[in-house]
Each structure stands twice: as C-alpha cells, then as structure tokens.
Design a protein around this ligand. Structure first.
Ligand code: RIB
Ligand code: CA
Length: 319
C-alpha cells in the first residue's frame, strides 16, 4: 500500500528534487502539494510547483498556495542559493493549469481530516503553513500518520551560525510546530549534509537522459557550481565540500525508507528571540520528554541507490 504524502514546500532546488522523488516512487502516493514563501517569494515557489507538476505529469495532484510571509519578523529568502527563479538554471515551460482555489492551510486540514491516520505530512520549507493549520485545527496533530520536516540542526546552522534556514525564516511558526501535540521527525543539517551530490553521484545522475539534462543536473549542481569560489553566506553549510546537499530529498526519503536512517529521540525547542540565536533548534538528546525523532546517520550508498533508482523510473517516462 503506497504511503500518502502531502508535501508543503518552497521550491527551491532541493524541494524540486524532493517532489521528483515523491512523484516517482511507486511506494509513495503524492496526495497534494502546498507552497510557502521561503527560498524565493510565494508567487515564484507556487509557479515552480505548478511548472514541476506539468513537466513531470502529476496534473491530478492539487497545488495550493499558502503563506507569503512568516508569522512575525522579517521575510527571508535564499535567492543566493537557489537563484532568482528558485530552480537555478532549470528552464521549465510556464504552467498552464491553475493553482487550487483553496488556501494551503485549508487544503492541509481538509486532506488530513478526510484520511485520518493515513497522511504523512512533510514540510521542506519554513513552517508557517503548518503552524497556521495547527492554530486553525489542533486536531491535525493527532490525525496525521507522521510529520517530517527538513529543518533545524543539533550543531551549526546555515542561515546563521546558529540557525538553519527553514527555522530561521519563521522561528515563531517553528516553535509552535515543535510545541504541538505530535512527534516531529526533524531531518536537520547534521543529517542532510551527508547527502551531497558528489562527482560520482552527478556522473550517475547524468546518465538519466533528458530528465537529467533538463531537470536533475541543473537542480543538483546549480549552487555547487556557482560556489566553486565559496562566494556566499551559505557556502560552508550547503555542502560538505564534496558537492551540493539535497536537503529536502532526505525528508521524503525518511518517510519512504526509514531503514536508511539511524535516529535518536530528543526534546527540541526553538529559540525565537535570541539576538544571535533566533531560529536555533536546541536539541536535548538526554531529555526524558522527547517531542522529536532526530535522524543522525544516513546510509549514504543506500540513499543514493534508492534515489537514483526512483529517478531512473521517471527518466524512462521522459526518454
Ligand atoms: O537549509 C536548507 C533548507 O532551506 C532547504 O529546505 C532548502 O530548500 C531551503 O529551503
Ligand atoms: Ca526547501
């Protein structure tokens, strides 16, 4: 029975690669996509999700737009990493089909309510939509099958030395999400920086024909290519020096293939007001009151074998 995933995202290079995985894995049913402002503005993240839907032919899946700004504080972006378009140099045709007329928050609530215990909710951008959905309908915390984020870190950040971008972009929302009545699977930088598109990975992905050259390679190498000189603020923490990290892909992979991860329970709290630490996830692995599962180690060969196999399935449809 395929796992049903609702993906809330801010496409985004790695969000797009995560969508590709969720769409391509026969053991996943992508039941919806919701968008949030993050890497680039909401109009652009939504346009990118719609464009990916038509390029990859998952037109039956609804795309609903959500929050354009954080619950409070400054609106952040990561254009330095993802480019103005949000998809680097990937040039997808303009989407024709319209965005769903429901707000992302209502779409999330309706979808989760309609299938109690069946929806794996995954968030790979700032957590604004998730926080608003919890505010409007707290019961969703108990109705989801699981809730997984790409976000946070138990060591250093990437947006600041203390904070990872998705949390930094809306600390108040993240705090609400971690304080809600559910268990959060926090796939953070310490894990995702193990999943980098190294030379051998890029070489194998390059064998996937049209899909590789039109989509996968532009997404998986844009930031690394632009940062040979290590030119920007994200330099030190979107790569382990051996290729671009596919952060968001790890969140979807954890739902589909939890066997690829070793995880630890922890109490995670979000610093939302610190002068230097706003957006920091404070991870206590010793707490007797865990609210999160934190993947710490990735089976890297197993991860890429899985991802490349799924991408090859989609590539055959684009031959
Ligand atoms: O810190 C990495 C995260 O921030 C990823 O989700 C990436 O897409 C950006 O949103
Ligand atoms: Ca993202």
């Amino acid at each position: 029975m395929p796992k049903k995933i609702l993906l809330d995202c801010d496409p985004g290079l790695d969000d797009a690669l995560a969508l590709l995985l969720a769409h391509g894995d026969p053991n996943i049913e992508l039941v919806g996509v919701t968008t949030v402002g993050g890497n680039v503005g909401l109009p652009q993240t939504t346009r990118n999700a719609l464009a990916l839907r038509e390029y990859l032919h998952f037109e039956k899946v609804a795309v609903a737009a959500g929050a354009s700004q954080p619950l409070s504080g400054e609106t952040r972006s990561a254009i330095q990493v993802h480019g103005e378009s949000g998809l680097g140099t990937a040039a997808l045709p303009e989407p024709i089909l319209a965005v769903d007329d429901r707000h992302a928050v209502d779409f999330i609530i309706e979808t989760v309510r309609a299938s109690p215990g069946a929806i794996h909710l995954v968030a790979t951008g700032p957590l604004t939509n998730i926080a608003l959905a919890l505010q409007k309908e707290p019961a969703i915390a108990r109705l989801v099958a699981s809730f997984t984020i790409m976000g946070g870190s138990f060591t250093r950040g990437n947006a600041t030395p203390a904070a990872e971008f998705n949390i930094y972009a809306d600390p108040a929302a993240a705090r609400m999400v971690f304080d809600a009545d559910w268990q959060v699977v926090m796939v953070g930088l310490d894990l995702t920086l193990q999943a980098t598109a190294t030379g051998p990975v890029v070489e194998r992905l390059g064998r996937l024909g049209v899909l590789a050259h039109e989509l996968i390679l532009p997404l998986a190498t844009f930031w690394a290519g632009a940062n040979q000189s290590g030119a920007n603020q994200f330099d030190a923490h979107n790569s382990n020096g051996h290729g671009q990290a596919v952060h968001d892909v790890c969140a979807v992979a954890h739902v589909a293939r939890p066997d690829l991860f070793a995880s630890r329970p922890a109490r995670v709290r979000v610093e939302s007001t610190g002068e230097f630490t706003s957006g920091m996830t404070v991870v206590d692995f010793d707490s007797p009151f865990p609210n999160a599962i934190v993947p710490v180690t990735l089976d890297v060969p197993g991860f890429w074998s899985y991802v490349e196999r799924v991408y090859s399935i989609v590539a055959e449809q684009h031959a």
